[in-house]
Design a protein around this ligand. Structure first.
Ligand SMILES: Cc1cc2nc3c(=O)[nH]c(=O)nc-3n(C[C@H](O)[C@H](O)[C@H](O)COP(=O)(O)O)c2cc1C
Length: 381
C-alpha cells in the first residue's frame, strides 16, 4: 500500500507547540518531532512499509502503528483513499474549511447546569463592553424623534422590496433618513437581561441581544443635514459628525467604484464591534453571529426604505481595510460588515427597479436529492 500526507493539512504553532488539525474533526493533534518527521517523509507517494522503515529504523513496528493511526484519522491517505476536497472547499480553500469545522457544534449550554456557572464567571470577571459608541466632542445633528408613519400594507412592502441600482437626484428628507435609522439601528425598548444587564429590543433580532452593529452614515443629499461622514448614535438618535469632507468620490474609492454604493442620497457603512459578542460568546462559532445579525439589519433597512418609497441597495463589495481607515476604527475590534445605501428610485410605474426586465421563458436548473437513509419511512395509515 502506498501512502502520503493529505494534500491540504492546516497546522497551528502556538506556545504549546505545533498542532495539526484533524481533517473533518474539531480536534488538533500535537505534532511531536517524530510525527513532523513522518509527515515530512510522506510528501510523495511512498510504500507504507518503506516509510515505516525509513522513519522508524529499529522501531519500525511503532512507526507502522503510527502510520495506521494517521490513515484512520485522515492525516495520511493511501492510494485507495479519496483525497480531493469537496468542490466548495476547493473553491474556498483549506483555511475557510478549517474555520468551518472549528465553528461547528459549539456547546451553547442550553438547559445545562453549567450555564449559570459560566454566566457568573463571565459577569463577575467584569470588562463588559459598552453597548453604545459615542462621539461626544463633535457637532451632532439631532434627528426628528417622531418617525414617519409606515402605512404601506406589509404584503406590499414584502412584494416591493428589491435591490435598486439607480437613483434620482432628489434629496431624501431628514424625517425619512431619521425613520430609516431609527427602525434599522435604534433600540425601541429595553428589557431586563438578567445577569447580562439591560438588553435592547430593536426591530432586528441580534444574537444574545448584543447588538454589536454600528452604523456610520455618509450623507450626500439629505435635506437639513450638511454632507459628510457621521456616526449614528442610536441611544441619542443623532448623527455625530466625523468628517465633513467625505463625499461620493471618497466612498467610490472604497467600493471599487460600484455606482449604487455611492450614488444614492446616503450610504450606511455598518461595522461590528466584535467585543460585544466575544465577551459573552467565547467560542469560534461566535465569529458567525455578526453575519447573521448584519443580515437582519440589512433586511430591516431594505423593508423600511421600501415602506417609505425609497430605493435600497446593499453590498459587501468594499475594501474592508479602507472602510475601517475612513471610519478611524481599530480593525481588530471593529470591522466593516455591510454597506447599505438608499435614495429615491426613478419612477417605473410598478415601483420596481427600472432596470429589471422580466425574463424570457426558461427552465430552472434543479438538483435531485436523495433523502437521508436514517429518516424513518412514512407510516401507512
Ligand atoms: C450580501 C449581499 C451582497 C450583494 N452585493 C451586491 C453587489 O455588490 N452588487 C449588486 O448589484 N447587488 C448586490 N446584491 C444584491 C443582489 O444581487 C440581489 O439581492 C439579488 O440579485 C436579488 O435581487 P433583489 O434583491 O432585487 O430581490 C447583494 C445582495 C446581498 C444580500
Amino acid at each position: 500500500m502506498r501512502v502520503r500526507r493529505r494534500a491540504q493539512l492546516v497546522c497551528r504553532w502556538d506556545t504549546d507547540g505545533l498542532f495539526v488539525a484533524l481533517p473533518g474533526q474539531r480536534r488538533w493533534l500535537r505534532a511531536s518531532p517524530d510525527l513532523t518527521n513522518l509527515l515530512q517523509a510522506a510528501t510523495e507517494w511512498t510504500d507504507a512499509d518503506d516509510l515505516a522503515q525509513r522513519v522508524g529504523g529499529e522501531q519500525s513496528d511503532r512507526a507502522q502503528e503510527a502510520i495506521k493511526t494517521l490513515l484512520d484519522i485522515g492525516v495520511l491517505v493511501s492510494d485507495d483513499t479519496a483525497d480531493t476536497p469537496a468542490p466548495v472547499w476547493q473553491h474556498w480553500g483549506p483555511v475557510a474549511h478549517r474555520f468551518h469545522i472549528d465553528a461547528r457544534d459549539a456547546n451553547y449550554l442550553v438547559d445545562s447546569p453549567r450555564r449559570d456557572e459560566v454566566a457568573t464567571t463571565i459577569t463577575t470577571e467584569g470588562g463588559a463592553p459598552a453597548p453604545f459608541k459615542r462621539y461626544l466632542d463633535t457637532p451632532a445633528v439631532f434627528l426628528p424623534r417622531r418617525p414617519l408613519p409606515l402605512r404601506a400594507p406589509v404584503e406590499d412592502v414584502f412584494a416591493g422590496r428589491r435591490t435598486h441600482r439607480r437613483f434620482t437626484d432628489q434629496p431624501v428628507s431628514i424625517d425619512a433618513l431619521a425613520t430609516v435609522l431609527f427602525h434599522s439601528f435604534a433600540p425601541q425598548r429595553f428589557l431586563d437581561g438578567g445577569m447580562f444587564g439591560v438588553q435592547q429590543a430593536r426591530v432586528s433580532a441580534s444574537a444574545g441581544g448584543r447588538h454589536e452593529v454600528e452604523c456610520y452614515v455618509a450623507v450626500f443629499a439629505v435635506n437639513d443635514i450638511p454632507p459628510g461622514l457621521y456616526h449614528y448614535a442610536p441611544d441619542r438618535h443623532c448623527l455625530e459628525l466625523l468628517d465633513p469632507t467625505v463625499d461620493r468620490t471618497r466612498i467610490a474609492a472604497l467600493v471599487y467604484e460600484q455606482e449604487p454604493s455611492y450614488q444614492g442620497a446616503f450610504t450606511c457603512l455598518t461595522t461590528a464591534v466584535a467585543g460585544r459578542l466575544s465577551w459573552k460568546y467565547r467560542h469560534p462559532r461566535a465569529y458567525r453571529l455578526w453575519m447573521y445579525d448584519a443580515g437582519h439589519y440589512g433586511q430591516t433597512f431594505a423593508l423600511t426604505c421600501t415602506a417609505l418609497g425609497l430605493a435600497p441597495f446593499q453590498t459587501v463589495a468594499f475594501h474592508d481595510s479602507h472602510v475601517e481607515q475612513l471610519l478611524g476604527v481599530d480593525p481588530d475590534e471593529e470591522f466593516a460588515v455591510y454597506l447599505l445605501a438608499a435614495g429615491h428610485p426613478p419612477v417605473s410605474g410598478d415601483g420596481l427597479p427600472v432596470d429589471h426586465p422580466h425574463p424570457p421563458p426558461t427552465q430552472l436548473a434543479t438538483a435531485d436529492h436523495t433523502a437521508p437513509t436514517n429518516v424513518p419511512a412514512a407510516q401507512e395509515e
